[in-house]
Ligand binder design. Sequence first.
Ligand code: AMO
Length: 433
Amino acid sequence: MTIVRDFSSIRAGGEVTVSGWAQDVRNLGGISFLTLRGGSGEVQITMPKKKIDPALFELLTKIPRESAVSITGEAKESGQTALGVEIIPSSAVVHGEAASPLPLGVVDKVNAEMDTRLNNRFMDLRKPEARAVFELRSMASSLISEAMAAEGFVGVSTPKIVASGAEGGATLFGVDYFGRKAYLAQSPQLYKQMLMSTGLDRVFEIGPAFRAENSNTNRHVTEFTSFDGEMAWIGGQGEVMAMLEKTVNRVLSGLRERGAAQLEILGRDVEAPGAPYPVLSYSECLEMAAESGLRLQEGDDLGTEGEKAVGEIMESRGHSLYFISEYPEEAKPFYIMEKPGTPYSYSFDLDFKGQEISSGGQREHRIGPLLERMAKKGLDPADFSRYLDAFRYGMPPHGGWGIGVDRLVSKILDLPNVREAILFPRDTARLEP
Ligand code: AMO
């Protein structure tokens, strides 16, 4: 007897055991069919009533849909099934009988609401198209790690319980840390920068990031996965943008190669890697937004609508991915370097079809100007003293980026909501499952 995990490897002749979920049963008088769905696809269990043990026939034809079962039987050639084989069962073990009704249909054509799907995520993920997203996401993470290793980046893990936030007080989650005030990390920003003073010249991290973001949109969640990179001894932010572009392109071409089966299940194509990505200035984007009838003032955040308007114009020019650079320094965090003599900064966003997926820039590595920027932003240096220490004893010029893996995956796969690319999303309303 052979236990088969990949149903497509079943060959006629001999006994096999297949495991999966009982998807549905069709009774056609003298013969019944059970479709068993495993991780690798479906296999047909064929039961001619007269040739099967009556108790087994009864068990398998009455089995509640979605029960977990292992079935042993003979694999026979069949012209009627996609695999070219069917299994005539001789025994079965029901590991977990499914209650009914099901909280969510697995094969039903009805499109369930996002909330129902997420409340019953274990069942939702039984759908091959829901699972395919996470198989592709896993490939994207591996591709990122491979791309970073190829460029000499060291993978790091930085603390997620922290004493101060880098991305503004409004989105900090507080934690009671043995009577002291602590926070959930909004990004690895302070740590990846401190590492730039150590000789670990290029670091990256793929890890959780938390934002107490009180916005109910299809692109904001309160816990997301951030892929951060930081590199020392740079001559300007162009080197950072080039590295980010190269990495995103490697993910795109890697998914096209490795993810063909999953992309077929989803009925999606992945964008061809395009280089170089166009670089728009913030001011140009304001003009583009104005062309689309939006009234934004210099210094305003482009916002969802502004980003969308720019995305549409760029799409009409044949570009899905593009940088927006030279934001007003006012709009960017304290750690970003100002562009001397201008109101702008050495900063950029990377947008994908009208949505920001990444931001980054060159950092202020000089302690004097860094303290001035903190003062401008109303931050107390005392709250950042351990971070600032790393700037007092020889900090090289450096820069980097943070890219939301959830947004990256959802944009690559053209999913309408970032939550579709997160197994168990957290948002203002959702704390479980
Ligand atoms: P920023 O705050 O722009 O920059 O975040 C970087 C990227 O993280 C993702 N992201 C989110 N994804 C889902 N839900 C959210 N609430 C959310 N917030 C952010 C986005 C965004 O582009 N430290 C800097 C990066 C750097 O300069 O290196 C930072 O965190 O894709």
